[in-house]
Design a protein around this ligand. Structure first.
Ligand code: ADP
Ligand code: MG
Length: 241
């Protein structure tokens, strides 16, 4: 067990006209192998930018960011060790559920027998095996996100990043999906970084929570530490809602 991700005084910027705006502001933290780390904070505080930085998808950065000891900038695109599930619906609309889940394996030129076995096993795990021949537009919101999770998990990533994946789902369904994430984390032995603005979701899932404000880390701790000892008025107010 060690650090899978390590950020040191890391910042990320967006170019706006002739200026740069700071979206992530000198954050330092680790993601430990096997944990569920949850990022919370108000809209615009930099959660998505920080996730994208973990994927090496931010163009302008400063400070240090490592995945498994290697600088993240050097990580190849489509790295099979890191998977990402977005908030917005992101399946390939013209492909069936089967082909969507199989896609990462096709890119890796996985032999067809193995591919088929893995796609069916993953679909079974997520209870979407009866949907394999459907197209994305024939799925409900919850089914859609299950397929997105299956597609992310199929490559056996070491870490999976979720960006508010259930924000568009009905509250009852969100509860179910949250339990699903817990089960997957356990069964697949995968490290999870999970962004949400739903505090009950954060407390239910997290080994540790990062509270962000204006691009910076306001507090980092276990749910209990944050609940018992909020270190600022902001954190206290945030968790009161
Ligand atoms: P969150 O996910 O917490 O809502 P974001 O990471 O999306 O926050 O955004 C952080 C800040 O960066 C916000 O001020 C946002 O307006 C800005 N931002 C995000 N994406 C871009 C972009 N592509 N270009 C310019 N500014 C951006
Ligand atoms: Mg966001």
């Amino acid at each position: 067990m060690g650090n899978l991700l390590e950020f040191k005084k890391f910042s990320a910027y967006y170019k706006q006209k002739k200026d740069y705006v700071v979206a992530v502001d000198e954050v330092s933290f680790t993601v430990d192998e096997g944990e569920i780390l949850v990022l919370v904070g108000p809209s615009g505080c930099g959660k998505t930018t920080l996730l994208k930085s973990m994927l090496g998808m931010c163009a302008t950065t400063s400070g240090e960011a490592y995945f498994n000891g290697e600088t993240i900038k050097s990580a190849k695109k489509g790295d099979k060790q890191i998977a990402y599930v977005a908030q917005e619906y992101s399946l390939y609309p013209t492909m069936t559920v089967y082909e969507n889940i199989a896609f990462p394996l096709r890119i890796m030129h996985t032999p067809i027998d193995e591919l088929d076995k893995r796609v069916r096993a993953m679909a079974k795990l997520l209870e979407i095996d009866w949907l394999l021949s459907r197209k994305p537009k024939q799925l409900s919101g919850g089914q859609h996100q299950r397929v997105a999770i299956a597609r992310a998990l199929i490559k056996n990533p070491r870490i999976i990043l979720f960006d508010e994946p259930f924000a568009n789902l009905h509250p009852d369904l969100r509860f179910q999906m949250r339990e699903l994430v817990k089960a997957i984390h356990k069964e697949q032995n995968v490290t999870v970084v999970f962004v949400t603005h739903d505090l009950s979701e954060a407390f239910a899932l997290a080994d540790r929570i990062i509270v962000m404000k204006d691009g910076a880390i306001e507090q980092l701790g276990t749910p209990k530490e944050i609940e018992d000892n909020p270190t600022s008025k902001f954190v206290k107010e945030f968790f009161k809602k």
